[in-house]
Design a protein. Sequence first.
Length: 174
Amino acid sequence: MKVVVLTGPESAGKSWLAEHLQTQFGGIIVGEYVRYFIDTELRDTCYADIATIARGQLQWEDAARAHQPELLILDTHLLSNILWSQTLFADVPAWLEEELLSRTYDMHLLLDPNGVPWTDDGQRCQPQIAQRQAFYDQCHRWLEQHQQPFKCIGGDWLNRREQASAAVAALLGG
């Protein structure tokens, strides 16, 4: 099983690329638990919700891993929980990073915020490119610092799709 994580700032195409990769290569997609949480709770999140959201994300990931697909596509993982918690609440539950580092991910596709428009979907909160760039930079630093395998994905929608497809094809040996 190969595990690919789409990561980076909001509105950079993670969910769209996850669907494209599944169409092209098969496998299972694990969505963003936080979206489910917000839709279910019908409110904004608070710091007390971070642990619940992270545990929900891990449960979804673990359930998908149990199926042992050839390709597991994660629309996000705990890095987003860590960075959003820090961004929104200036604090992070201590166990999140340790839990993230205890898991194996074969490739992170880090999506650049430049080159595609920001889209307001009612849950997003960083319309300014500088905000999304800062989030991207935090992701990049974390992936480098923790020696995680990653490829930067940028450009317009077509370029993103081509770059992501090539990265996954190479990962799968094709």
